[in-house]
Design a binder for this molecule. Structure first.
Ligand code: CMC
Length: 427
């Protein structure tokens, strides 16, 4: 591509530099455009806008490629573990054995939450959605950990990052226990990050809990698959919230709120609900027809992606993981057959082929999580738990980026022009 882009507006010509990354599309640097031309660009949903520079995650949606710091997601899911991936995302490199020990030790030491947070939970109704609880309690961490809220201090930023990664499983498990009316379990730091989470979620204080290594590994892999995904809606929300200098706990709470929506993190819950509603393979054509009907708002949940116009590489790993979990737990859930058949029919249907709609990560994740024993309301919480490292890594990168400014999009105003105020009795 050339090194400058030309724009003609109102009879005048302007030139804008074209910037290249290490890989991926070039970007036209329009930072001076408004000052020079008086015009904005219009890009709802930011489909053509790079909002920042980043060295963390790369996605090639056409090819179905996802790299974290250069490493393909499939390889990380197969050979690495979540703690290693956290280190990689936060620090840029895979840790040495000593670095991994030190990092895991630090995260492990931060797993407990302030005792008063338990009282905070009790303010919620028992039937509160766990994501509602997570939005509240993660934001509330800023009221408990004042010594790590100064965003200009790199040491405090690191401590806050570690605290968030470490405490998220504890808070997620507490949200679950609260809904059941069971006692909270304190972390057991002799266990792995993921084993600890499984015990706090499914264990009870009255009995020993034995972590199943197959489920531990599957869960760890699910965390890896959700750890980061470039400038998606919740990550952009975290960056935007952080751009004003807000503290990291508040920023992550904002990310959680954004993730909750069914077009984003809530899709795994919606996908499993849809598969259960379909119920049997003979009803699949009816649902495919509905998804294609322009007059029906129904969409195949777990299908399609803003960036991937190919098979989501995370969905491939998920599908494999479903098989492993089902074999271990001896589950024979018809929902998996419905998912496999639905995928096959949709991938051979011209509507889905032409629009490049493939299964995304959420298509299979609900099936596995349900087999492990999580209720659907916990699915997005697990996504939030795993994505916290990505949010934190992106937030740190934003704070240290010399180009960083408070996020402030502009608009194409289409409302009334200035008009006179008319008192109520004269309207
Ligand atoms: N089922 C049926 N039709 C669909 C679907 C679907 N799942 N997804 C997109 N389309 C159609 C859509 O109707 C539109 O058709 P037309 O051009 O005729 O109007 C076309 O495909 C493009 O759709 P779009 O909404 O403009 O595409 P987008 O890139 O803005 O949306 C999406 C991406 C993920 C919001 C969308 O595919 C969707 O709603 N999928 C279902 C929800 C889902 O699974 N979300 C999880 C995303 S992955 C998890 C994550 O990373 O957060």
């Amino acid at each position: 591509m050339s090194d400058a882009a030309k724009l003609s507006l109102d009879g005048k010509d302007f030139e804008y530099p074209v910037l290249s990354g290490t890989i991926g599309p070039d970007v036209v640097d329009i930072r001076k455009m408004y000052g020079q031309t008086g015009a904005f660009t219009y890009d709802p949903g930011f489909t053509s806008t790079a909002s920042c520079r980043s060295e963390i995650t790369y996605i090639d949606g056409d090819e179905g490629v996802l790299l974290h710091r250069g490493y393909p997601i499939g390889e990380l899911a197969e050979k690495s573990n979540f703690m290693e991936v956290c280190h990689l995302l936060l620090n840029g490199e895979l840790p040495t054995a000593d670095e991994l020990d030190a990092f895991t030790g630090t995260i492990t030491r931060h797993t407990m939450v302030h005792e008063q947070l338990a009282t905070f939970f009790r303010g919620f109704r028992r039937d509160a959605h766990p994501m509602a609880i997570m939005c509240g309690v993660v934001g509330a961490l800023s009221a408990f950990y004042h010594d790590s809220t100064d965003v200009h201090d790199p040491v405090q930023r690191t401590i806050a990052s570690h605290r968030l990664i470490a405490k998220m499983p504890t808070l997620a498990a507490m949200a679950y226990k609260y809904s059941l009316g069971q006692p909270f379990l304190y972390p057991d730091n002799s266990l792995s990050y993921t084993g600890n989470f499984l015990r706090m979620t499914f264990g009870v204080p009255a009995e020993p809990y034995v972590v199943n290594p197959v489920i531990e590994r599957a869960m760890d892999r699910i965390f890896i698959l959700h750890a980061d995904h470039e400038q998606n809606a919740s990550t952009s929300t975290v960056r935007l919230a952080g751009s004003s200098g807000a503290n990291p706990f508040a920023c992550i709470a904002a990310g959680i709120a954004c993730l909750w929506g069914p077009a984003h993190g809530g899709a795994n819950e919606a996908a499993l609900n849809m598969l259960r509603e379909i119920g049997t393979v003979d009803r699949i054509p009816e649902y495919i027809a509905r998804a294609k009907d322009k007059n029906d708002p129904f969409r195949l949940m777990g299908f399609g992606h803003r960036v991937y116009k190919n098979y989501d590489p995370r969905a491939t790993v998920m599908q494999q993981t479903v098989r492993e979990v089902f074999a271990e737990l001896k589950v024979n859930d018809p929902v998996f057959d419905v998912a496999l058949q639905l995928e096959e029919l949709a991938l051979n249907d011209p509507y889905f082929v032409e629009k490049k709609l493939f299964p995304n990560v959420d298509f299979y994740s609900g099936v596995i999580l349900s087999a492990i024993g999580f209720p659907t309301s916990m699915f997005t919480v697990l996504f939030a738990l795993a994505r916290t490292v990505g949010w934190v890594a992106q937030w740190n990168e934003m704070i240290t980026d010399p180009d960083q400014k408070i996020g402030r999009p502009r608009q194409l105003y289409t409302g009334p022009t200035q008009r006179e105020y008319v008192p109520a009795d004269k309207r």
